[in-house]
Write a protein that binds this ligand. Structure first.
Ligand SMILES: [Cu+2]
Length: 626
């Protein structure tokens, strides 16, 4: 495909100018989120979420380790999939970004003013949290579901007992409206299918959530064949207001559950883990009129709701059409009890009763759909590697463009909200073979930016991504750029190990633990000479960055430390633990270029044999080292 001569001009952001949009892309198997500017495709930031990240000391510093605690212990990696921006009234509000960890099921909340992970909640009774995290119209709930049905509650049973013993679980995580704090409100136990993706309703479908499922055949082996037998699988439509009522009426059970809830305290900058012991489980069959199955061809993947909340679009990845259900037809069919049997207490609606239309000739393997707010939908098509644009009024294809190659998700900025920003669609591609300079066996994955402001889609730009750009969301920069936190106020630093003045720097020994209360400010650490450390000690460097200027983090690295470095934002305290292994004198230094005298920002620690008579001493205002 050729690119128009003016494509470069459309994405050119002159030096010093700012991009029009922030895009938040999942890092897939990197477990993190990367922040890009659009339309330039410039990488602006990496936000560590589910994986330790040495650049920032995330998951290595004592203050951030707790974010990666789980019921299985400390798990410093995961596979992040679906970024989801918070909404109010079905529109982006620029407050938080949520994302799921797929492997050890977790959901995270990132504060969009600091672009730091503030909270991670583990999801019990869940395996492979793929259909996650999708938000209801006012961010009342974050919905999530199990992809891999498992024995629920977990127990030792034969895998051959899949049909009888395995269940899928839908989770409803309540969000505190003021702080976004997550709590697991209740879960719904469903027939043992694979629940793949979800969206919550909005507008007229507010109060509902929709989950695609495949493997309604309930195969437990060779799913590529076993889960592809049936002509139709299902979208599960669940009325969460009805679920709330059933829970309030006592129809749910409180059952044992072990899961971690990790919260970063804003004032101290210290994360803590709260281990939970139970959850509220509602059996789908015990709450009539709550959940329905909409037959949908064939092993559907995505389910996406148009800006009005009326159309429920499925991506039948093995289907030859894009099936589009109508929310109002669904409600009418429910009222008329137009059912075709039931599965596990869940009524199955008739396909003809809910379908609004089928988009013909959509290409091979339609997956995900987003909307531009002008009556058009954009569907990614994996096998034929293209984006297909179609009319939400006539259900006919009006345009198509190739992607390079094998697009998974796509994203229109605000394309899942009531008021899409439109203007661009981004293809999030799995394969880039031949698109860039080769880099050994591993090639980058990529995003492609297309202009959708005219009648035809126009390719503008390719740009490489970090890890798999599984899904992304974007918002207008003006929504958050003036709210970015520049420094943390040193006066408000409540870290118990903070040192707010150079006069308070000190070193304290309690047994084999040595606490170093250290400050960093251009261009020195204080203390910068420490003696009296012995083999067998654990040295806790509590480094407080006293700077109160934007863009002056300091780094901290200790020779021989089997841990990361630190990166300390202005006004923050971060702690690194060092267990010295050899006698001698070892340097530490600032790793983040901070001033003309950055190279001078360094110090020494003297390490003696255990039991040596070198007294504990340090330099500085209270120092004893002369
Ligand atoms: Cu420095």
């Amino acid at each position: 495909m050729t690119v128009d001569a003016d494509a470069a001009q459309s994405v050119y952001v002159a030096p010093g100018d700012h991009d029009e949009l922030y895009a938040f892309m999942s890092g897939g198997f990197s477990g993190n989120v990367s922040v890009y500017g659009l339309p330039s495709g410039r990488l602006l930031q990496q936000i560590p979420v589910f994986s330790q990240y040495p650049e920032k000391g995330y998951g290595y510093s004592e203050q951030t380790k707790a974010l990666l605690e789980t019921s299985w212990g400390f798990i410093p990696w995961d596979d992040s999939h679906h970024p989801q921006l918070s909404v109010t009234g079905g529109e982006q509000d620029g407050r938080w970004l949520f994302i799921n960890g797929m492997n050890t099921p977790r959901v995270a909340r990132i504060d969009l003013a600091t672009m730091e992970t503030d909270e991670i909640l583990e999801l019990p009774h869940t395996a492979g949290s793929h259909a996650s995290p999708f938000l209801t119209e006012n961010s009342e709930y974050l919905v999530s579901a199990t992809r891999f049905s498992v024995p629920t509650v977990q127990r030792d049973v034969s895998i051959r007992a899949y049909k009888e013993q395995f269940a899928g679980v839908l989770s409803f995580v309540r969000l505190d409206p003021e702080h976004g704090r997550m709590s697991l409100a209740f879960q719904v136990m469903m027939p043992g299918f694979d629940y793949d993706l979800a969206r919550a309703g909005k507008g007229r479908s507010h109060g509902w959530a929709f989950f695609t499922s495949y493997n309604s055949e309930q195969a437990s082996t060779m799913k590529e064949i076993g889960a592809s037998q049936a002509d139709k699988d299902f979208i599960a439509a669940i009325n969460w207001k009805r679920a709330e009522a059933c829970v309030a009426e006592g129809k749910a059970k409180t059952i044992p559950a072990r899961y971690a809830h990790n919260v970063m305290d804003h004032s101290s900058g210290v994360a803590t883990t709260h281990m939970q012991a139970s959850s509220v489980m509602l059996n789908a069959g015990d709450c009539p009129n709550m959940v329905y199955f909409l037959p949908t061809p064939k092993s559907p993947h995505g389910t996406d709701i148009d800006p009005t909340g009326e159309l429920i679009v499925a991506g039948g990845k093995l289907a030859t059409v894009i099936p589009v259900h109508s929310f109002s037809k669904m409600i009418a069919a429910i009222e008329a009890r137009d059912f075709d049997g039931e599965i596990g207490g869940v009524p199955v609606l008739k396909y003809e009763a809910t379908i609004a239309g089928e988009v013909q000739n959509p290409g091979l393997g339609p997956l995900h759909t987003e909307f531009d707010g002008t009556g058009h939908a954009y569907t990614s098509v994996f096998i034929s590697s293209e984006i297909v644009k179609w009319s939400t009024e006539t259900f006919t294809v009006v345009d198509r463009v190739p992607t390079y190659y094998s697009v998974g998700h796509l994203m229109v900025p605000g394309g899942d909200t009531k008021t899409p920003y439109g203007k661009y669609v981004i293809a999030l591609n799995k394969i880039t073979k031949d698109r860039y300079l080769p880099t050994g066996p591993e090639l980058t994955q990529s995003a492609q930016l297309y202009d959708i402001s005219g009648p035809r889609m126009r390719l503008l730009l390719d740009f490489p991504t970090v890890g798999e750009p599984h899904y992304a969301q974007a918002l207008p920069a003006k929504l958050i750029k003036d709210r970015q936190v520049r420094v943390f106020a040193i006066a408000e630093n409540n870290d118990p190990y903070a040192t707010k003045r150079v006069q308070d720097t000190r070193v304290q020994r309690r047994g084999t633990r040595v606490d170093v209360y250290m400050t960093a400010i251009r261009s020195n650490f204080m203390p910068d000479n420490i003696e009296g450390i012995q083999l067998g000690d654990s040295v806790f460097f509590h480094v407080t960055n006293l700077e109160q200027d934007w863009d002056v983090p300091h780094g901290f690295a200790m020779m021989g430390n089997r841990n990361a470095e630190l990166l300390i934002m202005p006004g923050r305290t971060r702690t690194l633990v060092w267990v010295p292994q050899r006698v001698g004198v070892y340097p530490f230094y600032c790793t983040d270029f901070c001033s003309a005298l950055h190279q001078e920002m360094q110090g020494y620690v003297r390490v003696s044999e255990r039991g040596a008579n070198v007294p504990l001493a340090w330099n500085g205002p209270n120092g004893t080292l002369r």
